[in-house]
Ligand binder design. Structure first.
Ligand code: NAG
Length: 176
């Protein structure tokens, strides 16, 4: 094998390992909207997720908000994430506020961005903006005015380039 070819093989091997975090250093693209699966990466972790996504309420009315906290059960941090609400047909529901609706939210500025996945309203999905390690993210989700079906949140978290937990469901949130 000549040197040029060897270089090509090495760079192909390296790019094959690009993952959710490295290839999506600035957040997940809409191509992963449906399966929330980081592409070109390591196998999905099958162990229980060390991360939890906790809504502050289990029932909601149209137009109301839910505060969601994404955090680790242990002291581990994470680099990448993707969060959305989905109804039973799999369509994204509701949208996220650009920053948590609370005072003193400076700690969260610049940690994530909102993207719009197909079949749902604008800003229906939140994802990281950089691969810096995070220990906690607090999101505000706003129910659509005409909310009439139960749903749940779904999330993917990448601890690093090679370890991630994909498409985990929260408990069902009921419309009240
Ligand atoms: C979506 O979020 C961006 C900020 O991330 C904001 O500027 C824009 O107004 C939002 N759009 C809607 C329709 O909420």
């Amino acid at each position: 094998m000549n040197a040029k070819l060897a270089t090509l093989f090495v760079s192909l091997a390296v790019s094959g390992y690009l993952t959710f975090v490295e290839s999506y250093g600035s957040g997940a693209p809409t191509e992963v909207c449906e399966d929330m699966l980081p592409q070109h990466g390591a196998p999905v972790q099958t162990t229980p997720s060390p991360y939890t996504l906790t809504p502050n309420r289990k029932t909601v009315k149209g137009g109301e908000q839910i505060t969601l906290t994404l955090a680790a059960k242990d002291l581990s941090k994470f680099k990448g994430f993707m969060v959305q609400a989905r109804d039973s047909t799999g369509a994204p529901v509701g949208s996220f506020a650009p920053l948590p609706v609370s005072k003193g939210n400076n700690e969260f500025k610049g940690k994530w961005k909102l993207i719009t996945c197909p079949k749902g309203p604008a800003n229906n999905t939140a994802t990281h903006v950089n691969p810096m390690e995070k220990s906690r993210v607090v999101l505000t989700w706003i129910a659509p005015k005409n909310l009439n079906k139960n749903f749940n949140f779904k999330y993917t978290v990448a601890k690093n380039g090679g370890e991630y937990w994909v498409g985990i469901d929260t408990e069902t949130i009921s419309v009240n």
